[in-house]
Write a protein that binds this ligand. Structure first.
Ligand code: PLP
Ligand code: COI
Length: 357
């Protein structure tokens, strides 16, 4: 078990920097325009150079931009947290930088060096410090984007690229905060197929999920669970979050086969649970197995750890516990958020302080 420690000091300077325009208690996962964004550009075969900060706002782009015409774009999602020790920190930001590099290879874009990525996200958060919510009220969501911004008519890589980062304060991803969510298994639609782009954060992976997700929401569900496109039997992901279930004390999660996004929260949960002495199995998780599990949850930067109250597939509905979060789910949630808030020791060295002066 991880040791709890009490914070011995708070950094009043950073606390004072919170703006008083925002109602921190009503944050949802939605866009609030902030002050400053970061932008840098490069040509296809040139090296990336550090960019600059500028006021948050619209930008102009060619109608023939690769990203607009052929979806040559990637995004990342990270959070900056205000902690019990008065610091503002990222959670494993190097992993986001590396995932964006793998995505850039897949979409034939010039990968942004990790040093430029980290410098960019640090600068944007430091420039928008007053938008980082108080501890426990949410986080500053950081959205790096990499796109083919130069004009191209044939289906080919764009001649030039833009890397930009903007931020916005956010609260819970799912309506209803951290209460258990009801999910629907999609029997008609898939998110990704073998050999496709499901394993990277390509912008084009997300629009096809909007219609199935909207339909599920109209029917009273929070989100859709996607099955694999080959056998239609194994769980892949929950919309934009990874899936876990617990059966007889063992934690199961779909293995990374190239069609699932390798979530940083997923990886952290695996490491935490194993550190706690729990067996964790990365394998094929059939819908049938999951629907007979003892607990289930989904996880991601936006979703954190969201307990699943029920899973519906056709006429069958599996309810977990009595619809309230299970004890293992709750414990993992407390540990991961405790590390992020610095109310629990960061024994894995996952936090990365944002330099603020
Ligand atoms: N799966 C998909 C499709 C996602 O978009 C996300 C969000 O980034 C995740 C899983 C969770 O990944 P992470 O924990 O790195 O945020
Ligand atoms: C994230 O968890 O950061 C995501 O990217 C989810 C999302 C809002 C698409």
């Amino acid at each position: 078990m991880l040791e709890r420690h009490l914070c011995s000091h708070t950094n009043v300077g950073l606390g004072e920097m919170m703006n008083n325009k925002t109602d921190w208690d009503s944050l949802t996962f939605s866009l609030t325009p902030t002050d400053t964004m970061y932008l840098t550009e490069t040509k296809q075969d040139d090296a990336w150079m550090p960019g600059d900060l500028r006021p948050y706002g619209n930008m102009s782009i060619s109608p023939a931009a690769g990203v607009l015409n052929y979806g040559q774009g990637l995004f990342e999602g990270m959070k900056a947290y205000r902690t019990a020790n008065g610091r503002v920190v990222f959670f494993r930001p190097e992993e986001n930088a590396r995932r964006m590099q793998r995505g850039a290879d897949r979409l034939r874009m010039p990968p942004v060096p990790e040093s430029i990525f980290i410098d960019a996200v640090e600068q944007v958060v430091a420039a928008n410090l007053s938008w980082v919510p108080p501890m426990g009220k949410g986080a500053l969501y950081v959205r790096p984007l990499l796109m083919g911004s130069g004009p191209v008519l044939g289906v080919a890589p764009a001649p030039s690229y833009t890397f930009l980062v903007y931020v916005t304060p956010v609260g819970p991803y799912f309506k209803g905060g951290v209460s258990a969510i009801d999910l629907l298994i999609s029997e008609e639609y898939h998110r990704a197929a073998p050999g496709g782009s499901g394993g990277v954060k390509a912008i084009g992976n997300y629009a096809p999920g909007m219609m199935p997700s909207k339909k599920a929401k109209s029917a009273g569900f929070s989100e859709v669970i996607y099955l694999d496109a080959e056998t239609h039997t194994c769980i892949e992901e929950v919309g934009a979050a990874n899936f876990f279930c617990l059966k007889d004390g063992v934690l199961y999660t779909p293995e990374l086969t190239g069609t699932i996004l390798p979530g940083i929260t997923r990886d952290s949960i695996i490491k935490l649970a194993r550190h706690n002495g729990m067996e964790v199995v990365e394998t094929k998780v059939t819908a049938e197995f999951a629907m007979n599990a003892d607990e289930a949850f989904c996880c991601g930067t936006a979703a954190v750890i969201s307990p699943i109250g029920s899973i519906t597939k056709g006429e069958s509905k599996a309810v977990f516990g009595n619809g309230t979060p299970g004890s293992v789910t709750t414990s993992l949630y407390n540990q991961i958020t405790g590390i992020q808030n610095e109310t629990i020791d960061d024994i894995f060295g996952w936090l990365h302080e944002v330099p603020t002066n």
